[in-house]
Design a protein around this ligand. Structure first.
Ligand SMILES: Cc1ncc(COP(=O)(O)O)c(C=O)c1O
Length: 421
């Protein structure tokens, strides 16, 4: 049986081919304008791909299959060309995997740091059946987005925060990690190599998924002898099918996402497999997702399967404090600053279920979900609704402030935006 591709870690995997409908690297006659091919001296070709030892200036080339450009080493200065947009329905993007042109791969052994990576055609990777990631879950992922502005520039939002979080997670999972600089450079070349997949301004974003995994073979329980850092990307629209409409959450009282001393505070892959059961049950009952409680008192809010939660009461915005069991979200951290700058009182504390049920508004934050208003919470068969169907005032205000910043529509006074071109 083949394994299916899954995006965002939180949807049951699908059969192969179900995401293969759009222009992928293996479809013939795909016209590409590769941003890396702007200056001959800026890149070198992998020895196995001699057919590309030619001069490349801003040039389009035809790809008649998988084998034309398997490995392209890209110099850090490469990339200025304008790329055509991929021929897809940009008005109906969801949050699913779409095969793009290139992925980035960098490997190192246990005792070395990462040194040099390369772009490869997007495609399947080979792993030993005995690899650390497959057998012992030695893996981490990250998630960030690139936005295209109307003027053609391409923006990232606080990518160094993802790099730092990956390093912290790697420390917890006994893995070597790329330096912040290596991470940023890898993101940069991957995004620019896939530039034609970045949605037009206002239509969505390019979701960037870095992975770090123990790829070396190991049988007895121990850190893997080899590690792979990989980045792939996919154009995305809204995460929840509700779009910006309020989502409906159910509080899980039996299963827990994380425990004190565990790995809930890092973005390790096992945390996501662990929530699938509760999430699938919730979805089967018509809920959008699950809200978890702390595993000790079963009384304090933790987070949703893939996003942080905020509670609004009057002018006070509260969110559960970071104490090792919830992921320190970059959107969470940014929203705290944005809210503070807009005159709200913000608090990171223990937030009880009672406070949640009595709140004026509730919303979730995350790279994928952005700011997602919560329309209802169900707790032990009791359903509490917020607002009257519309998006709450505070959620709307913070959503607008954050997305305007991320899309480069307002001045970046915080220094959060990284302009790729
Ligand atoms: C468990 C969990 N909590 C919170 C978040 C939000 O984090 P961020 O805002 O950095 O995307 C995510 C998203 O990746 C997540 O997986």
């Amino acid at each position: 049986m083949e394994s299916g591709a899954v995006f965002a870690g939180l949807h049951p995997s699908t059969t192969p081919g179900s995401h293969n409908l759009l222009l992928g690297p293996s479809r013939g006659a795909v016209k590409l304008l590769h941003p890396a091919f702007t200056e001959k001296r800026l890149f070198s070709i992998h020895p196995h791909n001699l057919q590309f030892q030619k001069q490349f200036h801003p040039v389009s080339f035809r790809n008649y299959g998988n084998n034309n450009v398997n490995c392209v080493k890209v110099d850090s200065r490469a990339s200025n060309a304008v790329s055509e947009l991929a021929d897809i329905d940009w008005d109906n993007l969801g949050f699913g995997l779409m095969h793009t042109d290139y992925m980035y791969i960098m490997k190192c052994s246990k005792d070395e740091g990462f040194s040099k990576g390369e772009l490869q055609r997007f495609g399947n990777i080979e792993l030993s059946p005995s690899s650390g990631v497959l057998n012992y879950g030695q893996g981490l992922f990250e998630g960030l987005k690139a936005y295209r502005k109307h003027d053609g520039s391409i923006l990232l939002f606080r990518p160094e925060e993802n790099a730092t979080r990956l390093r912290e997670g790697a420390e917890r999972m006994c893995m070597p990690a790329p330096t912040v600089e290596q991470f940023l450079e890898a993101v940069r070349v991957t995004v620019l190599a896939n530039e034609r997949w970045i949605p037009p301004a206002g239509k969505g974003s390019l979701y960037i998924r870095p992975l770090l995994m123990g790829s070396g073979a190991v049988l007895g329980l121990a850190p893997a002898p080899e590690y792979t850092f990989l980045i792939y990307v996919s154009p995305v629209g809204n995460y929840f099918k509700e779009g910006l409409a309020p989502i409906n959450l159910i509080i899980e009282t039996e299963m827990h996402r994380a425990t004190p001393g565990g790995t809930g505070g890092v973005k390790t892959i096992g945390n996501y497999a662990a929530v699938l059961k509760a999430q699938s049950a919730a979805k089967a009952k018509g809920f959008s997702d699950v809200l978890y409680l702390d595993s000790v008192h079963k009384r304090y809010l933790e987070e949703v399967s893939s996003c942080n939660v905020f509670v609004v009461k009057g002018n006070l915005i509260s969110t559960p404090a970071i104490k090792g069991t919830i992921l320190p979200g970059i959107t969470r951290k940014s929203i705290l600053d944005v809210a503070r700058s807009q005159g709200f009182q913000v608090e990171e504390s223990h937030v009880t279920v009672d406070e949640l049920l009595e709140a004026d508004e509730v919303f979730c934050t995350g790279t994928a979900v952005v700011v997602s208003p919560v329309g209802s919470i169900t707790y032990r068969d009791k359903r509490v609704t917020y607002g009257s169907d519309g998006v709450g005032r505070v959620s709307q205000q913070l959503y607008s402030a954050l997305t305007s910043l991320q899309m480069g529509l307002t001045e970046d006074k915080m220094g959060w935006i990284v302009k790729l071109k």
